[in-house]
Ligand binder design. Sequence first.
Ligand code: ADP
Ligand code: ZN
Length: 210
Amino acid sequence: MNLILLGPPGAGKGTHAQRLMNELGIPQISTGDALRQAVKAGTELGLSAKKYMEAGDLVPDELVIGIVEERLKAPDCQKGYILDGFPRTVKQAEALSRFAKIDVALNLSLADEVIIRRLSGRRVCLKCGGTYHISTLNGRDTCANCGEKLVQRKDDAPETIRNRLSVYAGQTAPLIDYYQQKGLLRTVDCDPDATVEETYDAVRKALDLA
Ligand code: ADP
Ligand code: ZN
């Protein structure tokens, strides 16, 4: 299955992508993780991307389209993949349609006030992409998967969160209509009070896995 996860920042795309990866045995491709690794490693891509990311703006289309096009050629993508955080503009979606055949675009929808609460308490692992919320960490500051020290992303600062939400509304939300018109859209209305397990069950149902 070639799957796209759509939805605002903090809707749980990364969390559910990791679960789907384990269940379906297909890779999660996160442009956000790839870009953060490039920034950390100080590559040319990382240097170009850094200022956009810290401001909560989108990195230019040309930079991310190339990453995804190359990644999808790898042998582990031949049985399917989960795109997490790409496409994020109509231009990216049009480019994607030239080198990939998408089966489903799953839209995780969530209210703005819930997003702000989630992102401001988020801690991430820059090594494996694991994400956590301070309310469930009980003071622990290392990754449960790989032991790396957890950090707060610079773009999870309150000012930047507001900008990311407006970027999402202006540039990414139009993809909901785009994939609806192609007949590929499925939506999960994420209940903010549900556990991750309960929401993942809704994700599985929407994908006909349940
Ligand atoms: P979130 O979904 O939590 O906002 P991501 O980890 O997906 O975060 O992305 C973090 C940042 O990386 C974005 O704010 C943006 O600057 C950049 N980025 C990631 N994916 C893309 C993309 N497809 N197009 C442009 N910029 C991207
Ligand atoms: Zn980790």
